[in-house]
Design a protein around this ligand. Structure first.
Ligand SMILES: NC(=O)c1ccc[n+]([C@@H]2O[C@H](COP(=O)([O-])OP(=O)(O)OC[C@H]3O[C@@H](n4cnc5c(N)ncnc54)[C@H](O)[C@@H]3O)[C@@H](O)[C@H]2O)c1
Length: 371
């Protein structure tokens, strides 16, 4: 007889359904397949039946209509990969049906829709998360640690650049792309929201914006492909933002934080530069390890521990890994009955900032965000 009481059976994986089998769905399916202790992807659904069937065959899933997904007792979590302007209504319905829900970024395309969804989340008692996978990149986690340890001193300035490129064919590839109703915005609401959420998580709330936007290089779109803004953060720091989907051929997003004691620069998914007073400045691949050393006080033990936790010791971070890390966080949040790292309040904050930028660009005046 086994008398070892310290052995607990591991909890069952939660059963997932993907709704919306378009461009981002394969990344999610692959990520979920890679974490069998946490998740079991069983169903998929799409208004376009051919797309649902092809996707189901590829990932060995059962296809279901939306109502079958809602009614099924074999589905715990619905992950919504539908056009952004559908997230709110579908998520609210799913939570009323007793499902936990995770939606792709952005949470919705208006602050009012985010607020309606917040009410539905409160009423349902279910867990809700917004995919914003770059918070889970080891480089982002390392910068969060540096800030928690006050290694940069007081944050005084932020420089955020998102010089991306999308072809006209990209905008023409789906009837919702580039529309105000379903995309909600362009280079900020669809693409820039990743870096904007990361910036808000690392730097805190923005209290005022002054902005300009333009449709500079695409046809048949209702949304901006160019945006510039100055930002004033609640903590007094100043920020400068440039975003585009017309910056041929496209460059990695870059987020530079300047504090009274140093600077860190994130570029793409990587820590590009760490320069902290009293320490040698480091750029390139060794910047992550150096930053951890600074963040953790420099002992070898602390560094190894942090590296292992962040997954830096394993293989190089690649596309899809961050989705996997975010799904693990979401399932763990359900199991531990806590909020996931990117919850509805975070999702709403990113949408509110982007909408304030649009309002400022339209009026030509500075816009103040409510706390
Ligand atoms: N995290 C990321 O890096 C990332 C990358 C790309 C897209 N996204 C987000 O993912 C979402 C989807 O984007 P995409 O590029 O995959 O779009 P897409 O157009 O390629 O796919 C959307 C799919 O949803 C289906 N659909 C539409 N309404 C539906 C409904 N009511 N019920 C079921 N299916 C429905 C469509 O038929 C289509 O197959 C967007 O919110 C987008 O912002 C996130």
């Amino acid at each position: 007889m086994n008398t070892n009481t310290s052995i607990h059976p591991s909890p069952s994986p939660l059963r997932f359904a993907i709704v919306g089998c378009g461009a981002i769905a394969p990344t999610q399916a692959q990520a979920l397949k890679e974490i069998p202790e946490y998740a079991r992807l069983t169903h998929c659904s799409d208004l376009n039946e051919t797309r649902a069937t092809t996707f189901a065959q590829k990932y060995h899933l059962t296809t279901a209509t939306w109502h079958e997904v809602l009614k099924s007792r074999d589905i715990d979590v619905i992950t919504l990969c539908t056009p952004s302007g559908h997230h709110g209504a579908l998520a609210a319905e799913a939570m009323r049906a007793g499902k936990h829900v995770i939606v792709e970024k952005p949470m919705e395309v208006s602050v009012a829709a985010c607020d309606e969804l917040l009410a539905a989340i409160r009423d349902s008692g279910r867990k809700f998360g917004v995919i914003s996978q770059h918070r889970f990149d080891p480089a982002s986690q390392t910068v969060r640690k540096l800030l928690d340890n006050e290694a940069l001193g007081r944050l005084i300035a932020v420089d955020i650049r998102i010089p991306w490129y999308r072809t006209q064919e990209y905008y023409d590839s789906g009837d919702w792309r580039g529309t105000l109703a379903y995309d909600g915005g362009g280079c900020l609401m669809n693409q820039g929201v990743h870096t904007i959420d990361l910036m808000l998580w690392l730097c805190g709330a923005v209290k005022e914006v002054h902005a300009r936007t333009a449709i500079a290089a695409h046809d048949r779109i209702e949304v901006e492909d160019l945006a510039c803004a100055t930002l004033t953060f609640a903590n007094g720091a100043l920020g400068s933002l440039f975003a585009s989907t017309a910056a041929y051929p496209g460059f990695p997003a870059r987020l530079a934080l300047h504090g009274t004691k140093g600077t860190v620069v994130l570029e793409g998914d990587e820590l590009h530069t760490v320069a902290i007073q009293g320490h040698a400045a480091v750029s390139g691949p060794s910047a992550s390890a150096h930053a951890l050393q600074v963040a953790t006080g420099g002992t070898r033990n602390a560094v190894s521990h942090a590296e292992a936790n962040l997954g830096l010791a394993s293989t190089a971070w690649k596309w899809g890994d961050a989705h996997r890390a975010q799904f693990i966080d979401f399932v763990t949040a359900i199991r531990e009955d806590r909020q996931p790292l990117v919850d509805a309040h975070a999702g709403r904050a990113a949408v509110a900032l982007i909408k304030a930028i649009y309002a400022s660009a339209k009026s030509g005046a500075a816009v103040t965000l409510s706390a």
